[in-house]
Ligand binder design. Sequence first.
Ligand code: AMP
Ligand code: ZN
Ligand code: FE
Ligand code: FE
Length: 293
Amino acid sequence: MRSESVSRTGSDAGSSCADEQTELRVDLHIHSTASDGSLSPAAVVSAARTGRLHVIAIADHDTTGGVAEAQAAATGFVHVIPATELSTYGEGAEFHMLGYFIDPRNDALVAHGRRASGARETRMHEMVERLERLGVSVTFEDVLTAAGTRPQSLGRPHLARALVQRGHVPTVSDAFDRWIGDQGPAFVPSALISPWEAIEMIHGAGGVAVWAHPRPDVLESMLPAMKSHGLNGLECYRPRLTHAETERIAALASAHGLFVTGGSDWHGEWQGKLGEFAVERDDIAEFLEVGGI
Ligand code: AMP
Ligand code: ZN
Ligand code: FE
Ligand code: FE
């Protein structure tokens, strides 16, 4: 089966295999400092080269702002697919929609990015206020300091890093567990659009729409509606998914005429080295063909 060829650890692909076609190592879900990743887009490309990734997608939350820098840095070894990850809300839950092969300068997408940027800033102030009310002292300026540069999309990981830096929790993950996880007392949702609007926006920008990290409990019930609104693919190969989970997503994709993709959802070195997780050409051949890769 397809998932058996997924490389979950650093392999020797690239050094010993003679066939370029079979050794293509791909990661289609990476964040940069344009949103809540810790490396600049150019530094992501450099890390990808070090990690022997041949094809990557810069998929920042609600922005395409990092794509141009990454593409400019990608000479030779690394190919950069323009992408974005749109936060959406519908049917009582949050869904992330990946858009691939989009035009990063598409008017509607850029306008949405600008609206989302403002809304995310307002939302960050709200989460900071909620934390204050919970007796957890942190300021908006702490969040900007933790972010380093001023990202187009401020996100919860920036707030989590600020909470670590202020000494409230030892790790980012503890900040999510205690306060800002999806069910946490200081959580405020960020999504401005429905999944259907996201699919339409991605198609309007010339791209294909892929449901990111589909939640197992709603995957099957949401698929018919997603499909009828034009969904093109499911994110199937991810670190930490079991073989059975991957198989289930691949089978549902096949049953609904969707292609599969895969990526690490990498934000920084605390998640390991970029390239430790990679998907191979055969796993996602249909998707790569869409982009002529
Ligand atoms: P936001 O777009 O601001 O809602 O932030 C979403 C991001 O927060 C995701 O892309 C993840 O990187 C991160 N995130 C969500 N839940 C957790 C968690 N439980 N632990 C660590 N990071 C998380
Ligand atoms: Zn993120
Ligand atoms: Fe996501
Ligand atoms: Fe992501």
